[in-house]
Design a protein around this ligand. Structure first.
Ligand SMILES: *Cc1c(COP(=O)(O)O)cnc(C)c1O
Length: 223
């Protein structure tokens, strides 16, 4: 399917007016499709396989901000550490420590979002509330991770036809975001990103406080 230009233009305008960042999810889509969207002004793109991201990054303009939105294995961090703009799916201390080490080697601070498990039914990756709080407690101790910037939280709602269910899950994530902000990042303006909402549920996500949506099929056509 071709790039959905009209949808892109109206959606990006709408999101800009609401100060919500649009991450165009280009996974499985070819480089020319990304170039087409780049030409319309899009700069934030999301990928969820390391190898695919590395290959595309090498072929595309350097001012693209690449978001890694998949499940990241520690042994693959090194491939994206030199250039990645934000890693969305961080769900363990071990992974954070690896990102920190790789950030140090690249002499940069890597922006990360902690992934929270909000979907009631599906088993998806992510931390539950207790795990999230424990992780934050550990990294706010005596040995801060100096090459990691925790910028916020990320979550995925259930794939469900029931909008009330999806809304409840996003509400839960927003309330967790507010709690975490108050407890751990009160004086940290960088903790400001709530990444929630995809093609099927971004409207609800924005109503519930999302600041960043990750949208693929609506813009690039179905996969
Ligand atoms: C694929 C993917 C998206 C985009 O999904 P669409 O339904 O195509 O918009 C968003 N977030 C994550 C984590 C994904 O893997």
């Amino acid at each position: 399917m071709p790039v959905q230009k009209d949808t892109y233009l109206s959606l990006s305008g709408l999101l800009k007016s609401k100060r919500v960042t649009l991450v165009a999810v280009s996974k499985t889509k070819p480089v020319p499709d990304i170039e087409e969207m780049y030409a319309m002004g899009q700069r934030d793109f999301g990928e969820n396989y390391v190898q695919e991201l590395v290959e595309k990054q090498a072929l595309l303009p350097t001012d693209i901000q690449w978001h890694f939105i998949g499940h990241l294995q520690s042994n693959k961090v090194k491939y994206i550490a030199p250039f990645v703009h934000m890693i969305h799916g961080v769900d363990s201390l071990k992974l954070l420590q690896t990102i920190n080490r790789q950030g140090a080697m690249q002499n940069r601070k890597i922006s990360c979002l902690l992934q929270v498990h909000i979907a009631v039914e599906e088993t998806k990756f992510g931390l539950d509330k207790t795990e999230l709080m424990n992780l934050l407690q550990e990294i706010s101790g005596e040995h801060p991770l100096e090459h990691v910037q925790i910028c916020g939280l990320m979550g995925m709602a259930s794939f469900s036809d029931d909008p009330q269910k999806v809304r409840a899950e996003f509400k839960k994530l927003k309330s967790l975001f507010d709690d975490v902000k108050e407890k751990f990042f009160y004086h940290d303006d960088q903790f400001s990103v709530l990444s929630m909402g995809m093609s099927g549920d971004y409207t609800i996500a924005i109503e519930e406080g999302s600041t960043m949506v990750r949208i693929g099929s609506l813009l690039f056509g179905s996969r």
